[in-house]
Design a protein around this ligand. Structure first.
Ligand code: FAD
Length: 598
């Protein structure tokens, strides 16, 4: 397994220099998050992830979760690591102090989750799902529900899940069959079976709080008839502690390609006692709070696994000796040169580096928006942040996982045949990453969400919210001595983005299939342009620091070189996505389903 080192230098570059988190914390009144505090949190978080979580990663993959008669046992060490995580105060870092949290900014929570996911993705699923459940209860639960459940979840005694999927539906939640029958005492009897429930059953906490989508007897058909319920494994007793066993059981766990130490469970509800969250039939809205949280988290998994894979590949490329450089030996004292001399190996490493660092910038910008959406004084500022978040969330989820998967594949390729062998740990990263393109709404569904719901659904308003930012940046930097050609390239793509959107909007008015036919290419196009903007913001700061002679010249030069690689070698992919997005649906839809094959 590659030895994970938290990329603190790169994280600090973004926090301190590019996005100035400290100024925004001060402006948002997050006075506890002083620069010293932030620094200490990053150092301690890195230590925990490098020393406690990373060593469990490979072992977790090999041992997997075990299922025995309804009981799920996580790999050895997982439970203890969770206790340490809770003890260290990590679980409630960004949670509301009214319910036991520390009230630090959400962006700080996201930085910690990056290190957690990069050191041990499977383990990170347990707190990840818990945080999703916490955000839904916080946003939609009653005060009593918050006191009872949120406090226990924040303090890490209980963990949470998200129970949406059933055998007959994952994407189309309007056809769920789980039923909720009102009881005389105001509770509901929940019956049905959910599949693929992450962290649905395990041995890491005293109780598990399931957030379950179900339908009331008189519910309207489709997604307008879905309600959200809290269904705890053990019902809270009079003191709010885990009491009598509820009618919830784990039927089995899945055997999977990756994240093998994350328990993926069939959860059966047999007239289990449940409590409605929010309004009846408005469950999907409540669930979206959780899903938006989880979608960003899933996008982060692409970054996390891409980063760990890069760290392994970089070390290997400097050590593995094969062939001589085309321009003559670079290590004449050795039997061959290290493979990092070969252009193609550099292509792979730079592709990984450009995606990882670009995705990190996108994620941290989005994290800052989360803070603004939660804490800004004015309703206008909160709304602006929420609109940008709505627009960027499907890009984060899908683009970061598509490119993260590409990065882990390349990392494995750098190792040659050894990458395919388990011992090196590189193939585990490919396997662990693959699910991120599927769950939390497949990337195809994210693309529909972006183009259909967010962009065309707002008549382009949400897109313009972001392209205006890019436009202003390009105007301000149009004459930049070193970056001018890149700024011009970005400005032109930014204009083209609007034009493409208009064309697709017009086509969709005549034929709704045009949206579905163009959406994935549209999302990828959007992702590449978005990352180009963040690469230029990083390059601008790197250039300023080099000119100011602040030291660490190699770090800043690497930023500029990677930016140049991104613009010259990766951004041109937009041309292919543009052509495909504009190609129309006819070439896909004219072939009758029965003519596809035997
Ligand atoms: C390891 C793992 C963990 C998971 N964890 C959880 C969890 O904690 N909680 C939970 O509730 N679920 C969880 N899931 C379920 C996951 O979210 C779903 O598998 C996913 O949303 C896809 O649903 P599905 O499998 O039913 O595929 P389907 O919905 O059947 O989709 C099949 C294919 O059709 C495509 N498709 C469907 N409809 C459309 C459309 N309208 N337009 C274009 N394409 C379409 C999809 O993109 C996909 O490629 C998990 C799954 C796995 C494997």
């Amino acid at each position: 397994m590659p030895e994970y080192k938290a990329p603190l230098r790169d994280m600090r570059f973004l926090i301190d220099d590019v996005f100035d988190f400290h100024a925004s914390y001060a402006a948002l009144g997050a006075t506890d998050a002083t620069p010293d505090m932030v620094s200490a949190i990053l150092e301690e978080g890195a230590k925990f992830c490098e020393q406690v979580l990373a060593p469990l990663n490979r072992f977790g993959d090999e041992q997997e979760c075990q299922f025995n008669n309804g009981v799920v046992t996580t790999p050895k060490g997982f439970k203890e690591a969770f206790a340490q995580y809770v003890e260290g105060g990590w679980n409630g870092l960004a949670a509301d102090p009214a319910y036991g949290g520390q009230g630090l900014p959400h962006s700080l929570g996201l930085l910690i989750s990056e290190m957690v996911g990069a050191s041990n993705t499977s383990w990170g699923m347990y707190p990840g799902l818990t945080h999703g459940a916490m955000s839904a209860i916080h946003a939609h639960g009653s005060e009593e529900q918050k006191q009872t459940y949120l406090t226990q979840l924040t303090e890490g005694r209980w963990t949470g899940t998200m129970c949406l999927t059933e055998a007959q539906c994952g994407t189309d939640l309007g056809i769920i069959k789980t039923r909720a029958v009102p009881q005389a005492d105001g509770s509901y009897a929940i019956s049905g079976s959910k599949i693929f429930i992450s962290a649905g059953e395990h041995d890491m906490s005293e109780n598990i709080v399931h957030l379950v989508l179900a339908k009331l007897p008189d519910a309207p058909a489709g997604t307008k008839g879905i309600s959200l319920f809290i269904v705890p494994k053990f019902l809270p007793d009079a003191q709010g502690q885990a009491g009598a066993r509820n009618g919830v059981s784990c039927g089995s766990i899945e055997h999977k390609m990756g994240i093998k130490a994350s328990a993926t469970c069939v959860i059966n509800f047999d007239s289990a006692t449940g409590f409605l969250i929010g309004e009846a039939n408005k469950g999907l809205n409540c669930m979206f709070t959780m899903m938006n949280h989880a979608r960003l988290g899933t996008g982060m998994q692409g970054l996390c696994l891409g980063e760990t894979s890069f760290q392994g590949a970089l070390k290997y490329a400097n050590e593995r000796l094969q062939m001589r450089a085309l321009t003559g030996p670079k290590a004449p004292d050795k039997v061959a040169d290290p493979i990092i001399v070969h252009p193609d190996v550099r292509r792979m490493l730079l592709t990984m580096k450009a995606f990882n660092e670009g995705n990190r910038a996108l994620a941290y910008f989005t994290a800052q928006l989360l803070d603004q959406a939660h804490r800004a004084d004015s309703a206008e500022a909160r709304e602006e942040a929420e609109n940008l978040l709505a627009f960027l969330t499907p890009i984060c989820k899908a683009f970061m996982t598509e490119t993260g998967q590409e990065a882990t594949n390349l990392g494995m390729q750098v190792f040659g045949g050894h990458g395919y062998i388990r011992e090196w740990g590189m193939e585990q990263l490919v396997r662990d990453c693959r699910i991120a393109q599927i769950y939390e709404g497949t990337n195809g569904i994210q693309a529909l969400d972006l183009l259909g719901r967010k962009v065309l659904g707002s008549q382009g308003k949400l897109l313009r919210g972001f392209t205006k930012i890019v436009h202003k940046f390009c105007e301000a930097q149009a004459d930049h001595a070193q970056l001018k050609p890149y700024v011009a390239q970005l400005a032109s793509l930014n204009t083209q983005w609007g034009e493409l959107t208009q064309k697709l909007g017009m086509a969709a008015m005549k034929n709704p299939d045009e949206v579905g036919a163009a959406s994935v290419d549209y999302l990828m196009y959007s992702g590449y342009v978005t990352l180009a903007y963040f690469w230029l913001r990083m390059a601008l700061v790197a250039q300023q620091q080099l000119q100011a002679g602040t030291g660490e010249a190699a770090f800043y030069q690497a930023k500029l070189a990677t930016c140049a690689f991104y613009f010259k070698r990766l951004l041109p992919r937009t041309a292919a996505h543009l052509a495909a997005a504009e190609a129309g649906s006819e070439c896909m839809m004219s072939l009758p389903a029965e003519h596809f094959g035997l």
